[in-house]
Design a protein around this ligand. Structure first.
Ligand SMILES: C[S@@+](CC[C@H](N)C(=O)[O-])C[C@H]1O[C@@H](n2cnc3c(N)ncnc32)[C@H](O)[C@@H]1O
Length: 347
């Protein structure tokens, strides 16, 4: 009999590891959520290298349960352990203590969307929509999300200056649509003292954006414009930079194209659109992070999916943008940068 499969399945069965990885994925996530909720990382930062007894005294938690959790976090490679002593490793210091330089502590609990939607995923696929989409109460979902993502997106926007050189522009006017706490507008205003910005979001999120902008001392160069980004008034040819930061994937294909067209109209000739999102490749299989982000959108929104590089570049070209490039200011954060041509450059 000829051997079959790759590797030959009649001779060597395939590994079950991908199935175990999926099963363990749930536990891995909730171990990290619990460790953050119980302040493990901040407590170890405060106490220094600690035994389980020292941590159980500090946190008033039963020793056996705490040891099980600590050992699991070590298994996740997010803590160090030498004999009975636990300590922060470099990843925990950077991403998991609440004042870490690139902290994701606030993001972990909210990034997958409402957790209960995952338990109903098969129903969502059957019905073609989630039973409780985030659009039913957008503010309740987005307020903690934009708090949790600010540090990462602000880092991305700040680093993007190496490619965009917005710090060297003369008096740039920025339009940040669906700005959240405005990581992009804040980064530009910080690095260019002559920049001004219009920051748009839904009213509840704008209240928090105001506080964030004030904490950077930038309020006097900002107009806050509440409203639906598909309808809110936007001046034609009024801006040098328009930012669509992680908004398109919640809007469906039509919504994303509409935002791209609105951005084009808002830009002066020579102005640039910065569009950040998670982009799968054309076959939707080489970038699992972007593909799984698409499933996250499908699980919790009425029309959200991730769209490929090719789809976005086609939409950008169709809107009239000409010089289109992709940058990755920090790991996992890609942005299209697209230029609105001046009339003489149009073909
Ligand atoms: C994923 S967050 C992105 C925040 C920010 N732009 C960034 O890059 O980090 C999406 C933001 O879009 C806002 N948003 C969603 N639908 C909107 C709409 N129809 N009009 C205006 N803002 C909207 C949400 O409130 C949220 O602040």
């Amino acid at each position: 009999m000829a051997h079959v499969g790759r590797p030959w399945t009649d001779y060597k069965p395939p590994a079950s590891a991908p199935v175990w990885a999926a099963i363990e994925g749930l536990g891995r996530y909730y171990i990290l959520v619990a460790a953050l909720e119980l302040d493990l990382f901040d407590s170890i930062q405060k106490l220094g290298p600690s035994t389980v007894e020292q941590l159980s005294d500090e946190l008033s938690l039963p020793t056996a349960h705490l040891r099980s959790l600590l050992d699991s976090v070590v298994a996740l490679e997010l803590l160090e352990q030498v004999r009975d002593v636990y300590d922060l490793n470099d990843a925990a210091k950077r991403y998991l203590v609440s004042d870490g330089p690139a902290t994701m502590a606030g993001l972990v609990p909210v990034a997958p969307g409402p957790h209960e939607n995952w338990t109903r995923l098969a129903d969502t696929v059957r019905r073609g929509r989630p039973a409780t989409p985030i659009e039913d109460d957008a503010a309740a979902f987005y307020l903690p999300l934009v708090e949790g993502t600010f540090t990462t997106m602000h880092r991305c926007a700040t680093r993007a200056d190496l490619k965009l050189r917005y710090s060297a522009m003369s008096r740039p006017r920025v339009l940040d649509l669906g700005a959240g706490l405005a990581p992009w507008a804040v980064a530009v205003l910080e690095q260019n003292e002559h920049a001004t910005a219009v920051i748009n979001d839904i009213p509840e999120v704008l209240v928090k954006a105001r506080e964030k902008v004030a904490s950077f001392g930038l309020t006097d160069r900002v107009e806050f414009r509440a409203g639906d980004f598909h309808k809110v008034h936007v001046e034609d040819e009024g801006y040098d930079l328009v930012v669509l930061g992680h908004v398109c994937r919640a809007e469906g294909a039509q919504g994303a194209e509409n935002l791209i067209r609105r951005s084009y109209a808002a830009l002066v000739p020579g102005g640039r659109l910065v569009l950040s999102d998670y982009f799968p490749d054309s076959e939707r299989k080489l970038n699992p992070h972007a593909v799984l982000m698409g499933a996250t959108m499908m699980a919790s929104t009425t029309r959200g999916f991730t769209f490929t590089h090719e789809e976005f570049s086609n939409w950008l070209s169709a809107a009239g943008f000409q010089t289109i490039r992709l940058i990755e200011p920090i790991g996992f954060q890609q942005c299209f940068v697209a230029v609105k041509p001046s009339p003489k450059e149009m073909n």
